[in-house]
Design a protein around this ligand. Structure first.
Ligand SMILES: C[S@@+](CC[C@H](N)C(=O)[O-])C[C@H]1O[C@@H](n2cnc3c(N)ncnc32)[C@H](O)[C@@H]1O
Length: 282
């Protein structure tokens, strides 16, 4: 059963972490002319009006994108963050007011070149319906089916380069293992792919299973980036942080993102902490 809807969480601190990482990776990939296939295994709606009932109800964006939006004039020298915020500005109805937040399909399609292609998988019929109504270039396919199975089936791809975002809702604990299995199989079929895997930091620590399975599965070059809002209080069950693994990160990505995250972290609160390291080296 699919009950998760990203609209309740759009623009929160985890989206900021995830989409800034995605934006930086796309930036690096665009430095070369050769074509890229992008695959988003769990796409969601694509664009989120902040006044929508679901998004306004929890208002999580107020502790996420809104903090950066309010601070954007005061950031000083912040090359990556400035570019990212300028992109966020482009989806607003008015440039002086934050009223929309772009999801991963928007980030991936925004700078898609004629030689590139993008596959967006979304299993939830309602969410896929929203996605299907977004205006997107012709080289974007919106596929209403399971993203992990779809990813594996479509590999290898015809283009010289491949970039994959795996961003499930982890509604079921079994998903951590399923993600690990699909990523290992995808890497067997496309060894040079750049793969981003998002995971929540929960007090229960379910993500350790995912990280460990990728490590023992024999993958190399896995960079880990984690943004923790606070230490979990006793008996707390909700998400306290956001994690990203980047397999085969483009050269120079880590230092650029670390610099941007050092500027983002204090804006998200006094207890917020960032760390990055190599989960598995060369
Ligand atoms: C965390 S949200 C994705 C957010 C999106 N990647 C973004 O950054 O804007 C997860 C999405 O995956 C969808 N979903 C859940 N299981 C799926 C599956 N097996 N295959 C494809 N999509 C799935 C959910 O309906 C939900 O829209």
């Amino acid at each position: 059963m699919l009950s998760y809807q990203h609209a309740y969480h759009a623009g929160n601190f985890a989206d900021v972490h995830k989409h800034l990482t995605l934006f930086a990776i796309i930036d690096h990939l665009l430095r070369k002319k050769s074509a890229v296939t992008y695959i988003d295994t769990h796409a969601g709606r694509g664009l989120y009006p902040l006044a929508a009932e679901e998004t306004a109800r929890l208002g999580e964006y107020r502790e996420g994108i809104d903090r950066l939006w309010q601070a954007r004039a005061l950031l000083g020298n912040a090359p990556l963050l400035d570019d990212w915020l300028a992109a966020v500005e482009r989806v607003q109805a008015r440039s002086d007011r934050l009223d929309h937040y772009p999801g991963s399909p928007w980030w991936l399609s925004d700078r898609l070149r004629a030689q590139d292609s993008l596959m967006l998988f979304e299993l939830h019929p309602g969410e896929h319906g929203y996605l299907a109504r977004q205006v997107m270039p012709d080289n974007v396919q919106r596929i209403h089916s399971d993203g992990l199975q779809g990813l594996v089936k479509r590999l290898p791809v015809a283009t010289p380069r491949l970039c994959v975002l795996v961003d499930p809702s982890y509604e079921r604990k079994a998903e951590y293992g399923q993600v690990a299995k699909a990523v290992l199989e995808a890497m067997r079929r496309a060894r040079h792919a750049v793969v981003l895997v998002w995971y929540p930091l929960l007090p229960a620590g379910h993500h350790h299973e995912l990280l460990e399975e990728l490590r023992v599965g024999g993958l190399r070059k896995i960079w880990r980036s984690e943004l923790r809002l606070r230490e979990a209080a006793e008996s707390e069950r909700g998400m306290v942080g956001s994690g990203m693994l980047v397999i085969n990160p483009p050269w120079g990505l880590e230092s650029r993102l670390e610099a941007a995250m050092r500027q983002v972290t204090p804006l998200l609160g006094a207890t917020c902490r960032y760390r990055s390291d190599w989960w598995v080296g060369e």
